[in-house]
Design a protein around this ligand. Structure first.
Ligand code: PMP
Length: 375
């Protein structure tokens, strides 16, 4: 008998959801917000004007349902992804999109997870994954990363053999550590997950892919080699479009077809499609800002190390640093000085997003003060 029935409780919530707080970092109105890995740069005037014109044109069609197959957007996303995909490129039939990569992950688990099936990741990992698993009644198993946050490949392969997951979730660069996976690691897991007695997909979550350091390849290059590889991206970070809600993936066309079975009809609104297309037209300008942020990130890593902190190598637009006996006190001290960062990751570590030069100067000044107080 479920708890809801037993207690005659209201509302009749699923038993496993009782007492669970909704996910979300605090949204506080403070001067320096470096807690959810947003892009600190808003779109340019020219980009805003194009987005406004595209939204106005879409508004005139809102009496009709949008293009369910979002062909124009899939075509533009395929062209954009082809830059990172090696000689083969990416075809529109290999692309799928949804309202943020959060929705992409949920759709993947709806299609490939479910009762009797298992999803695997390696902690520390993105904290939403277990929630997608819970919401789709997929069993959740978390292996562990090595002390330097890299994947221990032998242990990872063993876990895949033992657990036989139908979905393996690999953020690269990883959130919260910033660690990118080498292509060999992706290849080993794709092979381990697709054998005579196992059949799983490997999802490489490249939400922060555009921020990777020079010479670090994207898993998109591996798409021709592995039929079970899915690479996800988002417009929330590099494209400064967190408010737009547009995530997407590249994979074998059969995988995109499978997702069509579980997606809601017309899940991408006409406004979303039009705005995303307009923003993609401004990719060169937006990616120029990404280069600025990568430089700012590398400078931040250098400064933190020079100050004596432990810092994880970062290929993302955030940095994990520590270690603190009482990380909450440091987080609070920074907040008291108007700087909001994130209390997340392994014990003793904190995560800070990369902002503008002024925001980073404020962060450095606040951290110096907080640490001075603690000394
Ligand atoms: N994957 C990772 C690793 C993330 O950190 C995030 C956002 N914080 C997402 C996916 C989801 O991003 P969105 O839904 O905005 O595309």
């Amino acid at each position: 008998m479920s708890a809801a029935t037993a207690a005659g409780g209201w509302p009749p919530l699923r038993e496993e959801l009782h007492g669970i707080e909704p996910y979300g970092a605090p949204q506080l109105d403070v001067p320096v917000q470096l807690n959810v890995n947003e892009n600190p740069y808003g779109p340019s005037e020219a980009c805003i004007a194009d987005i406004a014109a595209a939204a106005a044109a879409a508004a005139a069609t809102l009496n009709r349902y949008p293009d369910r197959e979002f062909v124009a957007l899939r075509t533009a996303l395929a062209a954009y992804l082809s830059r990172d995909a090696g000689s083969g490129g990416v075809e529109p039939a290999q692309v799928w999109a949804a309202n943020g990569s959060n929705e992409i992950m949920l759709q993947l688990l709806q299609a490939f997870g479910g009762p009797g099936r298992t999803a695997v990741s390696f902690a520390p990992t993105y904290s939403m994954y277990p929630e997608y698993a819970r919401d789709t009644n997929t069993r959740w198993v978390a292996g562990r990363r090595a002390d330097d946050f890299a994947l221990d490949l032998d242990a990872a392969r063993d876990l895949v053999r033992t657990e036989q997951p139908s979905v393996i979730l690999l953020p690269s660069p990883n959130n919260p550590t910033g660690t990118a996976l080498p292509p060999e690691a992706v290849g080993v897991l794709c092979e381990a997950a697709d054998g005579d007695d196992v059949s799983g997909i490997v999802v490489v979550d490249e939400a922060y892919g555009e921020f990777r350091r020079a010479g670090v390849p994207s898993a998109l290059e591996l798409l021709p080699s592995y039929r079970n590889l899915v690479v996800t991206r988002t417009m929330s970070k590099a494209f400064a479009g967190a408010g737009l809600r547009l995530g997407y993936l590249a994979a074998a066309p059969e995988i995109c077809d499978a997702i069509r079975v579980v997606r809601l009809p017309y899940h991408l609104s006409a406004v979303t499609q039009a705005v995303a297309l307009a923003a993609l037209d401004h990719a060169p300008e937006l990616l120029g800002r990404v280069d600025d942020l990568r430089r700012e990130r590398d400078a931040l890593v250098g400064w933190l190390r020079a100050e004596g902190y432990d810092v994880a190598d970062s290929d993302a637009n955030f940095v994990l640093f520590g270690r603190f006996a009482d990380r909450h006190a440091v987080w609070q001290g920074l907040l008291d000085r108007g700087v909001l960062i994130r209390e997340t990751g392994p014990d003793g570590w904190l995560r800070v997003s990369v902002g503008t030069p002024d925001e980073m100067a404020a962060f450095r000044a606040a951290l110096t003060e907080v640490d001075g107080e603690r000394a």
